[in-house]
Design a protein around this ligand. Sequence first.
Ligand SMILES: Cc1cc2nc3c(=O)[nH]c(=O)nc-3n(C[C@H](O)[C@H](O)[C@H](O)COP(=O)(O)OP(=O)(O)OC[C@H]3O[C@@H](n4cnc5c(N)ncnc54)[C@H](O)[C@@H]3O)c2cc1C
Length: 359
Amino acid sequence: MTEVFDLAVVGAGIIGALTGRLALDREPGLRVLTLDQGGLNASGLSAGLDVPTGRDARQRELAARSTALYRRLLAERPGLPVRPVDTYWLIGRDGLEGLRRTMAGPRLLEAGPDALAGVFDGLRPSAGQVLLRSDGSSHADVGGLARGLLDAQRAHPGCAVRRGTRVVAVRADGDGHRLVGDGGRTLAWCRSVVLATGPWATHGPFGERVRAAGLRIKKVAAFFLDLKPVDGAPVLIFEDDDAFLLPQPESGRWLFSFTSREWDGSPAAGPPALSGDDRCEATRVLRRYVPSTAGMISGGRAFYDGYTPDRLPLVEAVPGHPGVVVAAGGNGSGYRLAPAIAERALGLLPPLSPGSGHP
Ligand SMILES: Cc1cc2nc3c(=O)[nH]c(=O)nc-3n(C[C@H](O)[C@H](O)[C@H](O)COP(=O)(O)OP(=O)(O)OC[C@H]3O[C@@H](n4cnc5c(N)ncnc54)[C@H](O)[C@@H]3O)c2cc1C
């Protein structure tokens, strides 16, 4: 017999996990099903840094809303793997006013030139640079956070989480939808669907719609530095190069995130390799700011994320399919913006109420 749910979420990354959570926060009686094909995903490989900023007013609004929603979530579930982290910025003085405008809540204060002397040998702002400090940032084990949320959903009456289950199509059926898996088998019937398929969005259900919206897949990469962070080490952001150093005390190393420019790969083939070009770019940025670390690169991680032309998440109802919403386009910030993305996705669905539909 076909299982029936009020809401199906396709994708168990951070956006899918928060979609289920926020839906149940609003209406605890809902029957929510989350399906995931399994394997690596962007959330599991994320650096997990949340610095509440935005390049334009719309990004700042999403960042501020996400901060509020994460704060509420952590007040309710203090054991989730998210911790505050001090944040420093090294930036050319002429970029200072622009940076101030990007803040979506945090205060930005000038720090003394020696503020990071105990963190990195010889790191001081050069002439024309300024060292700043901001509050309000946090760091998460994003995969662990998503798992924690989904474990709670699995234990919620009427709800389920199915891993190792790929959804190949979503078909209109009565006043809801039939989720179709490999071999054409019916996986479940549901009233509404949120597709939170991350970098698979361009080729999964309604992939043509996502491609038509201009979403493309880009590699997101980070190297590890073989250097133990001092206790309480902060994040250090190199704003002019869109890169940052994040302490990972639990692994005894630093993670260096930088901009990789490889477009149009596919997660279907597994995680991308870190290339010679990636290493050159990482070394160039490290030499510029913290030369003592440039020779310490040892391994790294990379995956894909969806990027939109305006760098805003793609959250839209699928035309002609009432009750189906796409929530994709993390744009390399999908962890920190996930709560607001999930909230917007739910807001585009017809009102959800328990037991409101049937096949
Ligand atoms: C190396 C790296 C560093 C990053 N650092 C940061 C950072 O510091 N801060 C930040 O905010 N963001 C960061 N990001 C970006 C952030 O991690 C992503 O934007 C975010 O995790 C995307 O979440 P998601 O839920 O959309 O996708 P995913 O986590 O990829 O989840 C999508 C899920 O959908 C499943 N799926 C796909 N298609 C189907 C289907 N047809 N049927 C069933 N299941 C399906 C997939 O298996 C996957 O589990 C980073 C990303 C990477 C790769």
